[in-house]
Design a protein around this ligand. Structure first.
Ligand code: SF4
Length: 497
């Protein structure tokens, strides 16, 4: 899971629209929660006909300063916040990536290709294309470039038909989840979403001067970035759709591969996306309230049957706060913040090693003794992955005097690996894979664990077409190549800096 942005300004020095990189930087700040390993921006400078790029390890605010942004000239730019799920977390695998031949193209993507290693091998064997990174975005870039090269020479300049053919080369070969934004030198911006629509890609627009037809467009991972930039939401890019925004602001788009069933990731609503965003027209905040309400029905039965006896509802901050509010309202129990999060630490789920995740719990959560001591707590969290984080939190609450702890989870048990941009490819890493809810409760030291089921999740999100493969093993794409994918990921992790 990463955050991506692409932006095209109309040409207007007068309106100060010659620096797309400033807007991309601001958008990346709002997408920081999607990836905290690294950040990068690539712009196209029309004056010098050159790409200008800057990327490094660290948070967006650490990688960029005014001087660096000043150098990223041009009215078109793309940007990326990285959560390393393939490749290493070293500098060689950062995005955006760029090539000057056979066409000037820069690219960012969010997702994972299940058949990345197979495609890299095929590109080497068939066309002698050597990969320079361990990042699957390079394979996407190669597929795109190969598609464009086969159409040379163009009669005039590049047209939408050429872009469609290149996009088709990706759609027909890449298996997995990908939301792409690409910068074409001197031509414009394109976006592409995989045929199942697993990861989000959203089109936004800002009208600067309607009479002069001065309009900027952007592609972003989440709508919260649009709000921050003052852009209007236009629509979610469809699964299998390619969109081309020419540098003069003219837009072309077409769904090239329509899915029988779309499969957006349920975890975008449960955990990844910012509460103020919406995805596929469904407010993340609204869905999280619904998740709390359906949990409330399950908890009420247990209370009525004298199985659990909560005095307060308490969230594990931050993601589950919204659901905990709805749960407390539906049960008529006080909502209390028994754990305060240090806002300067990173999201622990997307840290890439177990050791870092466990340390993050100690560093980021500070208990409020007055609200915990002597209380039976209905603790709300978004998921249990490996169980070690939950165990640490429960130990912490008990150390501060909590009595009975019931852990209520706003999604079903995660039993299967994810190959689409989340860092849990191996079933054996998941606590729910071989344990019942009772065994999980015992393992983590809770009195009881309450999960939602698949139908609860569909009801709360308000749609039936979803990827829930980590819950039910129904992968929306082929996972034939997943064994090699998981094996290589382990090798990269061992070699990560
Ligand atoms: S397997 Fe799970 S985490 Fe991965 S894309 Fe599907 S729903 Fe999302």
């Amino acid at each position: 899971m990463c955050g991506i942005v692409g932006l095209v300004h109309p040409k207007s020095e007068e309106l100060g629209l010659n620096k797309a990189s400033y807007e991309v930087y601001r958008a990346l700040l709002t997408l920081q929660h999607r990836g905290q390993d690294a950040a990068g921006i690539l712009s196209y400078d029309e004056e010098s006909s050159r790409f200008k790029g800057e990327k490094d390890l660290g948070l967006v605010s650490q990688v960029f300063d005014l001087e660096k942004l000043e150098n990223l000239k041009g009215s078109m730019a793309i940007g990326h916040t990285r959560y390393a799920t393939v490749g290493t977390d070293g500098k060689g695998d950062l995005q955006p990536i760029v090539t000057g031949y056979p066409f000037g193209v820069g690219m960012v993507h969010n997702g994972n290709l299940v058949n990345y290693h197979q495609l890299a091998k095929e590109l080497a064997e068939k066309y002698n294309i050597a990969q320079l990174t361990n990042n699957d975005v390079e394979v996407l870039l190669n597929l795109w470039c190969h598609g464009i090269q086969e159409q040379f020479p163009f009669e005039k300049e590049i047209e939408f038909s050429h872009i469609k053919t290149s996009a088709m080369n990706i759609l027909e070969n890449a298996v997995g989840a990908y939301a792409i934004a690409g910068l074409l030198s001197g031509v414009g911006l394109f976006g592409l979403r995989d045929p199942k629509g697993i990861r989000p890609l959203i089109l936004g627009k800002k009208v600067w001067d309607a009479e002069k037809d001065l309009v900027s467009y952007c592609l972003v991972s989440e709508t919260n970035a649009l709000n921050f930039l003052g852009f209007d939401y236009v629509r979610d890019i469809e699964p299998g759709e390619v969109i081309f925004i020419r540098e003069d602001g003219k837009i072309f788009s077409e769904v090239l591969m329509k899915p029988e069933k779309a499969a957006p990731c349920m975890f975008e609503w449960v955990y990844f996306s910012a509460a103020e965003s919406s995805f596929e027209g469904k407010s993340i905040y609204g869905v999280r309230l619904n998740l709390g309400r359906v949990l409330g029905k399950r908890a009420r039965k247990l209370i009525e049957n004298n199985v659990i006896h909560p005095d307060i509802v308490c969230p594990v901050p931050d993601t589950s706060r919204t659901s905990a509010i709805a749960l407390s309202e539906s049960l008529g129990l006080p909502y209390r913040e028994g754990l305060i999060k240090n806002r300067y630490t990173q999201r622990s789920f997307i840290l890439n090693t177990q050791d870092k995740r466990e340390k993050a719990v100690e560093l980021k959560l500070s208990p409020v003794r007055s609200e915990i001591e002597g209380k039976n707590i209905l603790l709300v969290d978004d998921s249990i992955v490996r169980g070690t984080t939950s165990k640490k939190i429960i130990q912490l609450l008990k150390r501060y005097g909590a009595k009975e702890i019931t852990l209520a989870i706003t999604c079903p048990p995660l039993r299967h690996g994810c190959f689409y941009g989340i860092d849990f490819p191996k079933e054996s890493e998941l606590i729910a894979n071989d344990k019942t809810p009772e065994e999980i409760a015992e393992h983590i030291g809770a009195n009881r664990v309450i999960f939602l089921d698949e139908q609860d999740l569909k009801d709360a999100i308000g749609r039936t077409e979803l990827c829930m493969a980590c819950v039910n093993k129904k992968y929306p794409t082929s996972i034939e190549a997943s064994e090699e994918f998981a094996r290589q990921r382990e090798i990269n992790k061992e070699g990560a800096v």
